[in-house]
Design a protein around this ligand. Structure first.
Ligand code: B1M
Length: 211
């Protein structure tokens, strides 16, 4: 019987001590790492968000669920990125200033790495000028990805694009953005090159942008 429902329950309820064992059992049983990620972890995290919204759980529970998922994703990382050699060059990525959410950004980084890019991960709460510094420090890097999960930090995406333009770096890189509150309309409005709703499509679009 599939271990994925148990993995989902462990993420949802933040059973951090169980997650590695469950993921290992699923892998040993031949379950698909992508399926474990999508159905066992990403879907579970959506439930966590919905429960937070309806005050069934609070920030500490949300945090422990996030830590549980991170631990599980780390186990899948080598399987999802096998064979990737950075042949498409570097990809700078970060979560924008004021925003501490990094699970989605890390998944995008993982999929982009698996598609053959070398990731330069700036982390979370990244000020616009740090994106600019990273572009200057990584000549030849063709794409910058920025993530925002809060409606209040969407404006930091606009600030990031503006800083890249003002630093004279706009022609050097394509800019991709994403995160739950982001839309294609917003991407067009702030002058980003691409918006994608999830990590899988981010990897596809990144490849299109460099081809
Ligand atoms: Co926060 N949080 N959180 N949180 N949190 C949300 C985002 C929220 C929607 C929950 C809710 O109310 N239902 C809500 C935002 C409301 C809003 O702005 N409209 C919210 C809030 C309010 C907050 C705080 C303000 C809570 C508080 O303190 N009162 C606070 C803010 C802190 C801050 O950032 N300054 C806060 C804190 C936290 C924790 C620290 C506890 C924790 C984050 C831990 C961590 O990331 N290390 C947390 C979590 C876990 C969540 C939820 C539950 C899950 C986020 C997540 O990891 N999702 C979230 C609710 C939800 O999203 N349903 C919520 C799973 C992940 C795989 O999806 O990140 O959407 P996601 O990424 C996807 C896509 O969006 C896309 O691809 C990813 C993978 O497919 N994508 C990109 C993301 N980046 C991309 C970039 C791209 C392309 C695609 O190109 C570059």
């Amino acid at each position: 019987m599939s271990k994925i429902p148990e993995i989902a329950a462990a993420v949802e309820t933040g059973k951090i001590k169980l997650i590695e064992g469950l993921v290992q059992e699923a892998l040993d049983a031949g379950e698909d790492p992508n399926e474990i990620l999508d159905k066992g972890m990403i879907d579970a995290m959506s439930i966590v968000g919905a429960k937070f919204q309806t005050n069934e759980i609070f920030v500490p529970e949300m945090l422990v669920a996030a830590r549980t998922m991170k631990k599980g994703v780390e186990m899948l990382r080598p399987l999802l990125t096998a064979g990737a050699i950075g042949k498409h060059g570097k990809y700078i990525i970060g979560t924008v200033q004021g925003d501490l959410h990094d699970i989605g950004k890390n998944l995008v980084a993982l999929m982009i790495e698996a598609a053959g890019f070398e990731i330069v991960d700036l982390g979370v709460d990244v000020p616009p000028e740090k994106f600019v510094e990273a572009i200057k420090a990584n000549p030849g890097c063709k794409i910058v990805g920025a993530s925002a999960l809060l409606t209040t930090t969407m404006e930091a995406l606009r600030g990031t694009v503006k800083a890249i333009v003002e630093a004279g770096c706009r022609d050097l890189v394509k800019i991709m953005i994403g995160g739950a509150p982001i839309t294609q309309e917003f991407a067009d409005e702030i002058g980003a090159d691409a918006y994608t709703p999830d990590a899988g499509s981010a990897a596809v679009v990144a490849l299109q942008l460099v081809s």
